[in-house]
Design a protein around this ligand. Structure first.
Ligand SMILES: NC(=O)c1ccc[n+]([C@@H]2O[C@H](COP(=O)([O-])OP(=O)(O)OC[C@H]3O[C@@H](n4cnc5c(N)ncnc54)[C@H](O)[C@@H]3O)[C@@H](O)[C@H]2O)c1
Length: 352
């Protein structure tokens, strides 16, 4: 079967039409891609989307994968289903981009990475917050060594979710089997990814995770003390029990100063030097609350990451955030769970 009009464009398909709707819209906006098909086990959802966006509808991934005009599949199903779908996609010889977290165990994540790498296929993992302009500025400052010797970093996600949130859509969220955890694995995983991306490898964690305000299996409150391979220390807080919600924040401190964001906007930028106050005012104006273009700064990062993945397939180069990079934050979250269960400090394998 072939629906693709332009043989040189990337034929894209999306499975899972919750978050997947954002992927569908990003594909429709992207250069060099055509939306070929959508898939959801909910037939009505698949049909509605297919009709609205001119794609073909499927309820079964293996049927969709028989098409030879699909080159790239976007996996947007509940997290604990990602690898079983990714393995089928790789077996069918197609590239994939998956939602965060890549999956919920390291064994599965490793098998997915291997399945794509061994076939010369590309695998990307969505972590769109990395592309926020303020986050990019923080990363540039850290990589340029502007903070000096790393000292302390705090990644905090203090959100609120209702009990209904956990019960809707079949109740997969907050379960060990499908969500693989709670406020750390699902919500804080973005900010934990930023923490390790900026601060480098985590050496050990001591954590505590508990259910505090919901009836769910997994934690709605997780905290951890982190030691980095660099010698710096840090804290992680991830909760969906902070009524009515206090946002996400990341603070980085070094021997030459500190920078911080809240809700992906710069709040503090104090780096040693004659121009410290002027630089902070400028950064807050361009990337902070003072920015007139605040909404625009937040808006289109998923679109950008999806365009990058399409280009990775078009030009046969790795995507900006590979499956391998999708592994690191999950490894940290799983170590916090292990520490909470055992009461021990958990050491992560040294990164090469
Ligand atoms: N990057 C982000 O900011 C972001 C935001 C939200 C969700 N997510 C991630 O996206 C994924 C999905 O989350 P969601 O909030 O969209 O969930 P959701 O429950 O809203 O949607 C999941 C969809 O998958 C479908 N589905 C489930 N099993 C299926 C199967 N076997 N075959 C076909 N379809 C199936 C369901 O019918 C549903 O439509 C999760 O991994 C989540 O962590 C990422």
């Amino acid at each position: 079967m072939n629906k693709k009009k332009d043989p040189s464009s990337v034929g894209a398909a999306v499975i899972g039409l919750g978050r997947g709707r954002t992927h569908v819209k990003a594909i429709l906006k992207a250069q060099g891609a055509e939306l070929i098909a959508v898939c959801d086990k909910n037939q009505a959802a698949a049909d509605k989307f297919a009709e609205e966006f001119g794609a073909d509808a499927y309820t079964d991934l293996s049927e969709m994968l028989k098409r030879d005009d699909i080159d790239l599949v976007h996996v947007c199903t509940p997290s604990g289903l990602h690898t079983e779908m990714l393995l089928q996609i790789a077996e069918a010889g197609k590239h994939a981009i998956t939602e965060k977290p890549l999956d919920i165990t390291l064994e599965r994540i490793d098998s997915a990475i291997e399945a794509f790498a061994s076939r010369g296929l590309h695998l990307g993992c969505i972590f769109q917050i990395r592309l926020m302009p303020a986050i990019q500025e923080m990363k540039k400052a850290v990589d340029a060594g502007r903070l000096g010797t790393p000292v302390l970093a705090n990644a905090h996600v203090k959100w609120f979710r209702t009990q209904e949130y956990y019960e809707q859509n079949g109740g997969w969220r907050g379960t060990w089997a499908w969500d693989g955890g709670g406020s750390l694995m699902n919500q804080a995983v973005h900010t934990i990814d930023l923490l390790q991306w900026m601060m480098g490898p985590v050496q050990s964690v001591v954590g505590h995770a508990k259910v505090s305000a919901h009836q769910i299996e997994t934690e709605d409150l997780g905290v951890a003390l982190v030691k980095f391979a660099s010698g710096a220390v840090g804290t992680i807080v991830g909760t969906t029990a902070a009524y009515p919600g206090f946002g996400s924040s990341l603070e980085l401190f070094g021997s030459d100063g500190g920078i911080a964001m809240k809700e992906n906007l710069i709040t503090d930028w104090k780096i040693r030097g004659d121009q410290m106050a002027e630089e902070e005012a400028d950064m807050r104006k361009r990337f902070g609350e003072l920015s007139e273009a605040k909404a625009a700064l937040q808006a289109d990062t998923t679109d950008k990451q999806i365009q990058d993945m399409i280009d990775a397939v078009r030009f046969n180069r790795p995507p900006m955030i590979t499956g391998r990079e999708g592994r690191d934050a999950v490894e940290i979250v799983l170590a916090i769970y292990e520490s909470s269960r055992t009461g021990k400090e958990i050491f992560l394998p040294a990164k090469k």
